[in-house]
Design a protein around this ligand. Structure first.
Ligand SMILES: Cc1cc2nc3c(=O)[nH]c(=O)nc-3n(C[C@H](O)[C@H](O)[C@H](O)COP(=O)(O)OP(=O)(O)OC[C@H]3O[C@@H](n4cnc5c(N)ncnc54)[C@H](O)[C@@H]3O)c2cc1C
Ligand code: SF4
Length: 399
């Protein structure tokens, strides 16, 4: 039942996308008794039939690709075709999709996948979770990028210190195992304080996952040698090489109701025992804490109210029924796709406004643009033919 606090709406917050970003957020909000709805374009993987089915899919596949365990899930979707054509499709690695790029076509292609499933891309991740280092947030100034030669390179609007506390929290939630003393020694090289460097690893995970035979062998050969980076016109510091443990979101001991890692070695794409962290676990916790999950729900439109805030979300289920939900806050926690339905973009907003001036005003006030994160901003009119080429009138304009 709606309360006065949420202005008569069924939900306080709608989270679009159930990958790690959406799952962690939905779980935290639901535990605080916030009314959350998670909308997820993909379906629920075959957990019901048992994780074993997914492991068998992988074992039986010829390609042993990142997608192999989930192939059946993907193909039962009426949207599935190869290459995919409909809203929020699933990019695949079979065959390679030449259109899958994250930026404009003049730049090298970014070839990777995401999983359109409840739990998102953590269904196939490696579980490696080294933190970024302070210079990653200021690439332009730290590495002397030139505005003319490398116009796309930006400093981030936030710094390492701004997010150190969130690193700690997410490391605990995922159950990251890492060697704290090695991590601290590396952090010191980057000038980080003890407080900034503090990790959120659960107590028994602070020695990390033991090194493999290969790690130790490479360490014997490489430790003590030095890498000398070269950049014309600049003197860069030499980097001493040392083979270390990488922090991993894998249980060093039983944790959070899941077993310890016992070295199956199929972490990519799928851990048979749930020892490797997956976003699905926080989706499950969010639902137990009261969040609602609508799977097979492809969000197609965000409706802005007169104050310029998104107040309504329209989505289409796999039977092609259009539905609408409203909340005070809408969070986009999924990657965006361009009009062709398969090109991954930096950020596309489709706004329904009455004039170009209104669109420009919206764009100028958009927080990511204000922070200088976009390489370029292009405002263009949306033609009906772009939504539905088959039904578009056959005019030169196509609208
Ligand atoms: C092979 C591989 C290995 C990786 N290994 C690592 C690693 O070791 N360590 C690491 O830190 N990172 C790794 N990554 C990157 C990591 O997986 C991603 O950065 C992370 O999963 C992104 O999480 P997310 O929640 O932002 O998005 P996603 O997990 O992609 O979730 C987005 C969700 O939104 C849904 N969605 C999209 N559009 C819509 C829509 N219109 N309506 C409703 N729902 C929608 C999608 O179906 C999806 O479930 C790896 C990536 C790949 C491809
Ligand atoms: S149990 Fe196996 S698959 Fe799972 S995390 Fe450990 S090594 Fe990876």
């Amino acid at each position: 039942m709606a309360t006065s606090k949420n202005h008569g709406l069924t939900y306080d917050v709608i989270v679009i996308g159930s990958g790690i970003a959406g799952a962690l957020l939905a779980c935290r909000l639901a535990k605080k008794k916030v009314r959350v709805l998670v909308l997820e374009a993909g379906g629920m993987p075959t957990e019901i039939a048992g994780r074993r089915t997914l492991v068998r899919n992988f074992a039986a596949s010829a390609s042993k690709g990142q997608d192999s365990p989930y192939a059946d899930e993907i193909k039962i979707s009426p949207y599935y075709s190869s290459p995919p054509t409909a809203t929020a499709p699933q990019p695949t690695d079979e065959p390679p999709d030449p259109h899958y790029t994250y930026t404009d076509n003049s730049l090298p292609k970014f070839k990777s996948l995401y999983e359109r499933l409840v739990g998102g891309s953590l269904w196939h991740w490696q579980g490696l979770v080294p933190r970024m280092v302070p210079n990653d947030f200021k690439m332009k100034t730290a590495f002397h990028f030139d505005d003319k030669l490398q116009p796309g390179v930006r400093n981030w609007p936030i710094s390492y210190s701004d997010i150190a506390a969130y690193y700690r929290q997410s490391e605990y939630e995922m159950g990251v195992a890492g060697n704290e003393s090695t991590d601290r020694a590396l952090d010191k090289q980057f000038g980080l304080s003890e407080a900034e460097s503090e990790r959120g690893y659960p107590r028994k995970f602070r020695k990390g996952i033991p090194m493999s035979y290969l790690d130790k062998y490479l360490g014997k050969k490489l430790n003590g040698s030095v890498f000398e980076p070269k950049l014309p016109g600049h003197t860069l510091p030499k980097i001493p090489l040392r083979v270390t443990q990488i922090p991993q979101a894998k249980n060093a001991e039983p944790f959070d109701g899941r077993p310890a890692c016992d070295g199956h070695g199929t972490c990519v794409p799928l851990c048979p025992t749930r020892a490797k962290y997956e976003a699905l676990f926080h989706v499950e916790k969010a639902v137990s804490a009261g969040a609602e999950l609508h799977a097979n729900a492809v969000v197609t439109k965000l409706i802005f109210d007169s104050s310029g805030k998104v107040s309504e979300v329209k989505y289409t289920d796999w039977q092609k029924n259009e539905k609408s939900v409203r909340a005070r806050i809408v969070v986009l926690a999924g990657g965006t796709l361009a009009e062709d339905g398969r090109t991954r973009t930096g950020s596309v907003f489709i706004v329904n406004v009455t004039s170009r001036e209104a669109a420009e005003k919206f764009s100028a006030e958009e927080p990511f643009r204000k922070a200088g994160l976009f390489q370029s901003v292009k405002i263009t009119r949306m033609r009906r033919g772009q939504w539905n080429p088959g039904a578009a009138p056959k005019t030169a304009e196509g609208n």
